[in-house]
Design a protein around this ligand. Structure first.
Ligand SMILES: C[S@@+](CC[C@H](N)C(=O)[O-])C[C@H]1O[C@@H](n2cnc3c(N)ncnc32)[C@H](O)[C@@H]1O
Length: 248
């Protein structure tokens, strides 16, 4: 067998350095952190009353918070939006990363019709899809690279919260990420401020079951997720928390 003489490390290193950086096919762009343009396109697609609601929602879910969620979600593939409402965030996250294909679910058929209209108006009718139904049992095909539940978990009755997280885990592909944005229970003033506004929106009969962020973390970890979380302070006293749960 011929003995090949190895080139010394120092000369291999010099040769590699003299080649310079490899040309990259990837283009790096940092668009506006907060998609102001994306938001105004969404608002323009809505009738007046819903437009006011959209402006309020986007002023509550401020730049930092949306950007945290945007970076946690996969930048491509099927993504589930649970409790999508008027489809504001399906239209937002679909515009910030156009390779996403978002499937929105909400039991309110009127909201679903509006969500379809908004996605169409911002040019996402081919990639976003909406289904009227309850996330606990609606028929959904295939798996998802990611899912988000934006201010919805506390509207789910207490006994159904864990089964719903189990269902979402089972709908995710391996390494899929579930992003839960909710309201934590501390400080108490922030919680009561939020509860009052939620009551104004949903009335007195609907369930509202908030949990401390540690409790959400423990539930998700017990389901086998790897969990990270961050609290996002705001000028208003909403105690926002964003939880990223990755399926192992
Ligand atoms: C506070 S709104 C949030 C809407 C939207 N995610 C947003 O952030 O603008 C809560 C939404 O959850 C929906 N929802 C309530 N129970 C649900 C369930 N079991 N399955 C799916 N959506 C549900 C409601 O219809 C409503 O649109």
């Amino acid at each position: 067998m011929p003995v090949t003489e190895r080139e010394p490390v120092s000369s291999r290193l010099m040769r590699a350095l003299s080649r310079g950086p490899r040309p990259s096919s990837q283009r790096f762009e940092a668009p506006e952190v907060y998609g102001r343009e994306a938001i105004s396109r969404i608002a323009r697609a809505l009738p007046p009353v819903e437009r006011v609601y959209a402006n309020v929602r986007f002023s509550i879910l401020r730049p930092k918070l949306l950007s945290v969620m945007d970076l946690l979600l996969p930048d491509a593939g099927r993504i589930l939006d649970i409790g999508c409402g008027f489809g504001l965030f399906a239209a937002y996250f679909g515009q910030t990363q156009p390779a996403r294909r978002i499937v929105g679910v909400d039991p309110d058929a009127r909201r679903i019709a509006m969500a379809e209209r908004v996605s169409e108006a911002v040019g996402l009718s081919a990639s976003n899809r909406f289904v009227a139904g309850d996330a606990r049992d609606v028929a959904l095909e295939g798996t998802f690279a990611g899912a988000y539940v934006l201010d919805v978990m506390h509207h789910i009755p207490e006994q159904d919260q864990l089964p719903m997280l189990v269902r979402l885990r089972d709908l995710l592909a391996p390494r899929g990420v579930l992003v839960v944005k909710d309201i934590t229970t501390v400080p108490a003033f922030g919680l009561e401020f939020t509860r009052l506004l939620d009551r104004v929106m949903v009335g007195w009969d609907e369930p509202l079951r908030y949990r401390h962020h540690r409790e959400w973390g423990e539930m998700l970890a017990s389901l086998g997720f790897h969990v990270r979380m961050v609290r996002v302070p705001d000028v208003l006293p909403y105690p926002h928390v964003v939880i990223a749960a990755t399926k192992r």
